[in-house]
Design a protein. Structure first.
Length: 95
């Protein structure tokens, strides 16, 4: 994934949505390759980054990650990720 190497230098504080979306894509890609631990790591990072933005596409990407983790839904780490993904995001005035 050459695009990920080039994008890795993007600062989450300056490119919040872009970095978060990239993390969701990486999580999904890792799951497709059977690397659950890496997928969970990218998914958790995506949720942390994207919790700072309000974006319907970002919410959709996170929902996609949760959906592709369904086969592992009984695992405690997948349950934690799913719970965090469903948690309400603070509004911009609360952040």
């Amino acid at each position: 994934m050459r695009w990920n190497s080039r994008a890795a230098a993007m600062s989450p504080s300056d490119f919040t949505r872009s970095v978060g979306l990239r993390m969701t894509v990486l999580a999904t890609t890792r799951l497709q390759k059977g690397a659950l631990d890496q997928a969970l790591d990218h998914g958790q990072r995506a949720i942390s980054v994207l919790s700072r933005v309000q974006s319907a596409p970002a919410d959709d990407y996170v929902s996609d990650v949760v959906r592709v983790m369904v086969p592992w839904r009984r695992g405690p780490w997948v349950q934690d990720l799913s719970r965090r993904a469903r948690a309400p995001h603070p509004t911009l005035s609360e952040a």
